[in-house]
Design a protein around this ligand. Structure first.
Ligand SMILES: Nc1ncnc2c1ncn2[C@@H]1O[C@H](COP(=O)(O)OP(=O)(O)OP(=O)(O)O)[C@@H](O)[C@H]1O
Ligand SMILES: [Mg+2]
Length: 343
């Protein structure tokens, strides 16, 4: 089955053509246009600007993803939420119109489910896909959730943040440190600038808290960590580049320590066959590396994380859901749902 998938939940306008491949999903074409640069001067996403850019990009992006493939498409998939209402409307209405005009089935996809099912994207018929039960860690701009999956459609939320999402925390901390939006990749760049000599020179000078780290539950909290960065910046007054990079490094270390520890607690309690990470923050190389190392210490547990290009918002992951866990809907019945929680 070949699916045209559309993603427009936030500031990315994306379309992909995907098809089934062994036990997974192969990506034939994947196009992403982002309005992120337009939001930089505001230090965050402006919903009205994002929605207008979605309107401008949606037809060129779909046209590019389709190429000459239009006649072989068997169905249309679209993210219907969670996300920004104005942005969601553009993708959902486009998908409905195409499904109606081409008389093809329409598949409703939950954006968060799509992040996790990006782990089913493969390159060959024989590639291994995750097995169940699985523990999933979804880390993105709006979510920080630990879920227990017993099938591609059966999920249980078992833990997560009590306040800010981890991506949001990266973005806010970066802003406090004078780094541009989006903050996650900028903090990663700052971390790469930190040398061993700098770590030795500064020692524990900028130690930040690890909220809830030692509590025996899967709760996380990132707002206090962000507040600690704000407090340090205010106390220091002017900060030079080295101090800024050291603070970014310590912030990143704290976040990664919390995410890895809480995920491993979930693994300990639930004895899964796999751990799956997903979402924009899953692009963080240090987090990928540290979690992989911890998971692989446990016999029989495999670690999965999508390729970098499938971590942030994209339509390939939306197509993956339509193939792996399809949920067909009538075009007349599909509406965007900005705050949908169930997957
Ligand atoms: N290398 C990185 N390290 C840490 N965070 C990162 C990195 N790259 C991207 N991010 C963060 O990922 C987030 C964007 O992820 P994503 O696109 O999945 O979020 P979203 O779609 O806005 O939110 P959601 O999926 O919850 O609706 C941003 O907060 C960004 O700073
Ligand atoms: Mg997302």
């Amino acid at each position: 089955m070949k699916v045209l998938a559309i993603e427009s939940t936030c500031d990315e306008t994306a379309a992909a053509v995907v098809e089934n491949c062994g036990a997974g999903v192969k990506i034939l074409n994947n196009v992403v246009a982002s309005s992120v640069l337009m939001h930089q001067k505001y230090g965050g996403i402006v919903p009205e600007v994002a929605a207008r850019e979605q309107i401008k990009s949606i037809i060129p992006v779909i046209t590019e993803a389709l190429g000459e493939d239009k006649d072989s498409i068997d169905g249309i998939a679209v993210s219907f939420g969670p996300g920004l209402m104005g942005s969601l409307l553009v993708g959902v209405e486009s998908a409905k119109a195409l499904a109606w005009a081409w008389k093809k089935p329409l598949y409703a996809v939950n954006h968060m489910g799509a992040h996790i099912l990006a782990n089913w994207i493969v390159e060959s018929m024989t590639a291994k896909v995750p097995e169940f039960p699985a523990v999933g860690l979804v880390v993105s701009g709006g979510h920080t959730d630990i879920v227990l999956m017993t099938s591609v459609k059966d999920w249980k939320w078992i833990g997560g943040t009590r306040d800010d999402a981890v991506g949001e925390a990266f973005d806010k901390a970066a802003r406090l440190l004078g780094l541009p939006y989006p903050g996650g990749p900028e903090i990663s760049k700052a971390v790469e600038r930190v040398t061993d000599a700098m770590k030795e020179r500064y020692g524990k000078k900028y130690k930040l808290p690890r909220p809830l780290l030692n509590e025996d539950n899967l709760d996380m909290s990132f707002s206090g960590l962000k507040a600690a960065v704000a407090k340090t910046v205010i106390e220091l007054g002017e900060i030079d580049e080295e101090t800024r990079d050291m603070l970014a490094w310590e912030f990143s270390e704290a976040i990664i320590e919390i995410l890895v520890k809480k995920t491993m607690m979930a693994v300990e309690k639930n004895k899964p066959k796999c751990v799956l990470m997903a979402g924009g923050v899953a692009a963080n190389k240090q987090l990928r590396e540290n979690l992989r190392i911890e998971v692989e210490k446990i016999d029989g547990v495999k670690f999965f994380c999508p390729e970098l290009k499938y971590c942030g918002d994209n339509a390939a992951m939306v197509g993956a859901v339509a193939i792996i866990a399809p949920q067909e809907v009538k075009p007349t019945e599909l509406k965007p749902d900005p705050s949908v929680t169930t997957v």
